[in-house]
Design a protein around this ligand. Structure first.
Ligand code: NAD
Length: 441
C-alpha cells in the first residue's frame, strides 16, 4: 500500500519505517528540515535500538523516503498517518495546533478518497474536529471528495519501539466506514500474524483508551512508590512487596518498580490531559490527581536524601549523576526526573558531573548549556572522580556491571543514592559506600 506519515519523530519515524519493512511504500514527512536532511543522509536523528538498520535497508529498497513536502506525501498515498506532537499548553490542556495544520493540509490536497489516521495521542473529540476541518477545506475548494478519519493510538515503548511496532500487544482502530476498516485491516495484517488482536471500535473510544492506558501505568508507578516510601519508614523491602503482589495475575508484575517517579514525554502529559479533559466534562479524576501529586513528591526524593545525609550543607559539593534520559535505551530527556534533580542541585551550588551512555550531550545542550558547573563526563568512572555522592537516576544496563571498587576509589565521598534500586545494598556496602535505594527498609 502507499502510505505517508506526517511527523517523523519517535512515533512517526518508527511507524513509517516498520510499515516499509513489511512491504509498503512509505513517505515520511516533517517540517524539520535538519531532521529530514539527516535522514536522507542515512543518519537516524534519535537513539532507538534497531531502527537505524531498518531505515537503511528500506531506503536502499526505495520503500522509504523522507521529505518536507507534505503535498507530495499526501498525493502519493492512500492512507495518511498523522503522528505530529501533541504537547501540553501552560494549563496542561493538549495543544492541537500541529494536528490542525496536518488536517488542513489533508483537506487542501486530497483529490480522491483517502484515509486520515490519527496516530498521535489526542483527547476525545479530536477525530471529530479533524473531520470538520477537512470538510471545511473541501468545501472551500468546492470539491465533493470522500474521506475517512480513523483513530489508531500508538502504544510503543521508547527503547523497544521497533519490537513493539513489529509485534504489538494489540492494535486499536476506531473507524466509521467498512472501506476504512478494510484498508486498516489489510495494512495491519502482517503485524498480527502472531494472533494478537486488532480491535475495531467507534472513533472516539481509542482516544479514551490511549489516555486510560497511560494514566493507569502512571498510577501503578505512583502506587508502588508510595508503598516504597512507607517501607522506608516502617522497615520492609519494596522489591519483595512488588514480587509478592505482582504474582497475583489480577495485579501483574510490570510497572511495579519503585523509583524516583515517572518522566518522559507521555505519562505526565497524558495523565494531566485526562484530568483537564475530565474538568471540561465536569468530572474530577480523584485518583489521577493523587497519582500526579505522589509523582511530584517522588521526583525530589534523591535530593532530600542528599540533604539529609549532609545535614543540609551541600553547598560546594560535587554530585555524579548517572543517567539523564527518562528511561534506559533512549536519548529522550523530555520531562526526565534528571532535569528537576540538576535544577535542585544547581540551586544549592552543587557541581554536577553528568554521565549517560547516549543522552548527556543533548541534555546539557538543551537544559544547562551556559552552566559551567554542569559538566558532561565520558564514563561513569570519570563522573565519579572527586564526587561527594553519586545519584543513579536512569537504570542503564551498564550500571549493573560497574566496577564499584574503581568507582569508590575515585570518589571523594562515599554516598551512593540509587534511584532505581539497581544495586544490592549488602554488595555495595562491602565496597565502603553509604548506600540508599528506594524503599529498601
Ligand atoms: P516528536 O516530538 O518526537 O515528533 C513529532 C514530529 O512532528 C516532530 O519531528 C515535528 O517536527 C513534527 N511536526 C510537527 N508539526 C508538523 C507538521 N505540521 N507537519 C509535519 N511534521 C510536523 O513526538 P513523538 O514522541 O513522536 O510523539 C508524537 C505523538 O505520539 C504525540 O501525540 C505523543 O503523545 C504520541 N506518542 C508518543 C509516544 C512516545 O513514546 N514518544 C508513544 C505513544 C504515543
Amino acid at each position: 500500500m502507499n502510505v505517508s506519515v506526517i511527523g517523523t519523530g519517535y512515533v512517526g519515524l518508527t511507524t513509517g519505517t516498520c510499515l516499509a519493512e513489511v512491504g509498503n511504500n512509505v513517505i515520511c514527512v516533517d517540517i524539520d528540515y535538519t531532521k529530514i536532511d539527516k535522514l536522507n543522509q542515512g543518519v537516524c536523528p534519535i537513539y532507538e535500538p534497531g531502527l537505524t538498520e531498518l531505515i537503511s535497508r528500506n531506503m536502499y529498497l526505495k520503500r522509504l523516503l523522507f521529505t518536507t513536502d507534505i503535498r507530495y506525501g499526501i498525493d502519493n498515498s492512500d492512507i495518511v498517518f498523522c503522528a505530529v506532537g501533541t504537547p501540553p499548553d501552560e494549563d496542561y490542556k493538549v495543544d492541537l495546533k500541529f494536528i490542525r495544520q496536518v488536517a488542513i493540509s489533508f483537506g487542501r490536497h486530497i483529490d480522491d478518497y483517502k484515509v486520515f489516521v490519527l496516530k498521535s495521542t489526542v483527547p476525545v473529540g479530536t477525530a471529530d474536529m479533524c473531520k470538520e476541518i477537512i470538510q471545511k477545506e473541501l468545501d472551500k475548494r468546492e470539491k465533493d471528495i470522500k474521506f475517512d478519519v480513523v483513530t489508531n493510538p500508538e502504544f510503543l515503548k521508547q527503547g523497544a519501539a521497533v519490537k513493539d511496532t513489529m509485534t504489538p500487544d494489540r492494535i486499536i482502530v476506531g473507524v466509521e466506514s467498512d472501506r476504512a476498516k478494510e484498508m486498516m485491516e489489510n495494512l495491519y495484517k502482517p503485524f498480527v500474524r502472531t494472533g494478537k488482536p486488532i480491535i475495531f471500535t467507534d472513533i472516539k473510544t481509542p482516544e479514551i483508551i490511549k489516555y486510560a492506558a497511560n494514566s493507569f501505568l502512571a498510577t501503578k508507578i505512583s502506587f508502588i512508590n508510595e508503598i516504597a516510601n512507607f517501607c522506608e519508614l516502617c522497615g520492609g523491602n519494596v522489591k519483595e512487596v512488588a514480587k509478592g503482589i505482582g504474582l497475583d495475575d489480577r495485579i501483574g508484575s510490570r510497572f511495579l518498580h519503585a523509583g524516583i517517579g515517572y518522566g518522559g514525554s507521555c505519562l505526565k502529559k497524558d495523565t494531566q490531559a485526562l484530568i483537564q479533559k475530565g474538568k471540561e466534562f465536569g468530572y474530577d479524576f480523584k485518583i489521577l490527581n493523587a497519582t500526579e501529586q505522589a509523582n511530584e513528591f517522588q521526583k525530589d526524593l534523591l535530593f532530600m536524601k542528599l540533604m539529609n545525609n549532609f545535614n543540609g550543607n551541600i553547598k560546594g559539593k560535587t554530585v555524579a549523576l548517572w543517567g539523564v534520559s527518562f528511561k534506559p535505551k533512549t536519548d529522550d530527556t523530555r520531562d526526565a526526573p534528571s532535569i528537576n534533580l540538576v535544577n535542585l542541585l544547581r540551586k544549592h551550588d552543587v557541581t554536577v558531573h553528568l554521565f549517560d551512555p547516549v543522552a548527556a550531550d543533548g541534555f546539557k545542550e538543551r537544559f544547562f548549556k551556559d552552566d559551567d558547573t554542569v559538566i558532561v563526563k565520558d564514563t561513569c568512572y570519570e563522573a565519579a572522580e572527586g564526587a561527594d555522592a553519586i545519584m543513579l537516576v536512569t537504570e542503564w544496563d551498564e550500571f549493573r556491571g560497574v566496577d564499584l571498587k574503581n568507582v569508590k576509589e575515585r570518589m571523594k565521598g562515599k554516598l551512593l543514592l540509587d534511584g532505581r534500586n539497581v544495586f544490592l545494598p549488602e554488595e555495595v556496602k562491602e565496597f565502603g559506600f553509604d548506600y540508599s535505594g528506594i524503599g529498601l527498609g
